[in-house]
Design a protein around this ligand. Structure first.
Ligand SMILES: Nc1ncnc2c1ncn2[C@@H]1O[C@H](COP(=O)(O)OP(=O)(O)O)[C@@H](O)[C@H]1O
Ligand SMILES: [Mg+2]
Length: 436
């Protein structure tokens, strides 16, 4: 892992002249009051190692008569310098070979010198970075998509099931109605059959009336036609028989009533409405049950997917115990980012960022005053244990500070300017008395 062994900064923003040798692991706290140049030191390091896109908008200290000077010695022997009128970058390796920004970019993690970029990214972006570094990004995404899809399907099915159940509950039921809709034409056919039989009866009655008339007229003939008496008597006798048979026939004649059928014909629509209502109710109940069964099946599938998601993260090599991703959001000890304490956010951010470029052994942390002393100690111990170097600022002049920055200088150091007059770098720094 590459660390920062030595820093020399002059005339960058608020910094007048600062020389620092940070601890190779753990916290190096730059303390001091407000506006003394602490953050300017971090800005200068970011510019030195991160390239021109990190150049402060007003890099040169106001009132300085010389341009900014940056000299950073790294643990792999590289020397990084910016000096001169244009603050040109110079990267020199231990063998005297020159390199450039590309060489620095190969091991300097951008988020390590610009942690706010990580801190200010969205929850989703943070979670995606974590998933990427633990190597489960695609797989988890796949499971999340599947989870969402099943969830949506189950939601839709659940709504239909509820609607069907509600409809079935509201639908009236008629226990007396037939099971199947009935047909009016069948009733009319039955009615016509009866009417036909009644017509036949009518004809028989008419015949009875005709015979009765003939009988009467024959009696008249007997009286009137004596010579036809015998003939008439024969006929009369015959008619007596006929009469008897006809009368016998007429005794058993009985007309059937069509009243019930008429009522049924009138009520066929009403009955059918009830039948259909009953059928609808039965169907809705069956549907509701079927959808409920589908809903339960989808619930079981979702449970399996969620188990797979949990297993994926449980088995992953997490940069910090307690880290996780739920619904695409970063979670630490059960809390979402905006619910984490400021110090937890720093711990989470540091542990994630350090995995991005494992060769990058340092990180810059501004505004560490948000940690109380106990938390700060704990954090320092964690950094040491990880072998990670952190250069941090803190509004404080307490014992926890490694150096105190005041008016652009390190308190206790000689107020000297370190800048060498020539562009060449020698084995050791040439110290020159400053005019401050
Ligand atoms: N180029 C510059 N020259 C002189 N002063 C500057 C320059 N840029 C910023 N400052 C001043 O530096 C102060 C902030 O410095 P900073 O390093 O952020 O302090 P700290 O982090 O110790 O609070 C502000 O007062 C700001 O006006
Ligand atoms: Mg500051």
């Amino acid at each position: 892992m590459i660390k920062i062994n030595k820093l020399e900064i002059e005339n960058v923003k608020r910094v007048k002249a600062v020389k620092i040798e940070p601890s190779s692991a753990g916290l190096t706290v730059l303390g001091g009051k407000n506006r003394q140049g602490k953050t300017s030191v971090l800005d200068a390091i970011a510019w030195g190692l991160g390239g021109n896109k990190y150049r402060p908008s007003q890099a040169e200290r106001e009132g300085s008569v010389v341009p900014p000077y940056l000299h950073i010695v790294l643990s792999n022997g590289l020397i990084v310098e910016r000096k001169g009128k244009n603050s040109d970058l110079k990267v020199i390796d231990p063998n005297g070979q020159k390199g450039g920004q590309q060489l620095l970019d190969s091991f300097v993690e951008e988020l390590a010198i610009d942690l706010p970029k990580f801190m200010n990214s969205t929850s989703k972006e943070k979670a995606n970075i974590l998933l990427r570094i633990i190597g489960v990004g695609d797989k988890l995404h796949e499971l999340e998509v599947k989870d969402q899809e099943l969830y949506n399907r189950r939601h839709a099915i659940g709504q239909i099931a509820d609607q069907k159940a509600k409809f079935a509950k509201e639908q009236l039921y008629y226990p007396d109605a037939p099971k199947e809709p009935i047909s009016a034409s069948e009733l009319i056919r039955q009615q016509q059959e009866i009417l036909a039989r009644n017509g036949e009866n009518q004809r028989k009655r008419q015949r009875l009336a005709q015979i009765e008339a003939a009988y009467a007229s024959q009696l008249e003939e007997i009286k009137r036609l004596t010579d036809l008496l015998n003939q008439a008597r024969d006929k009369y006798s015959q008619l007596t028989d006929d009469l008897q048979i006809a009368r016998m026939d007429a005794i058993d004649l009985r007309d059937e009533s069509t009243a019930e059928l008429e009522t049924n014909i009138q009520h066929v629509d009403e009955i059918n409405r009830k039948v259909r209502a009953n059928l609808d109710k039965d169907k809705a109940e069956t549907d509701a049950n079927e959808y409920r069964v589908q809903y339960e099946a989808l619930s079981a599938e979702i449970a399996v997917i969620r188990q797979q998601k949990t297993a994926l993260l449980t088995n992953a090599n997490l940069p910090l115990p307690g880290l996780s991703v739920e619904q695409g959001e970063l979670i630490y000890n059960g809390q979402k980012w905006d619910n984490m304490s400021g110090s937890d956010q720093l711990i989470v951010a540091t542990s994630i960022v350090r995995r991005l470029k494992p060769e990058c052994g340092f990180i810059l942390l501004d505004k560490l005053e948000q940690m109380d002393l106990a938390t700060l100690n704990e954090f320092g111990q964690w950094l040491e244990q990880e072998g990670l170097q952190a250069i941090a600022t803190r509004v404080s002049t307490g014992e926890e500070c490694s150096v105190i920055i005041s008016d652009g200088y390190v308190v206790g150091e000689e107020k000297v300017t370190l800048q060498q007059p020539s562009g060449e770098i020698d084995a050791g720094p040439t110290w020159k008395a400053g005019e401050f």
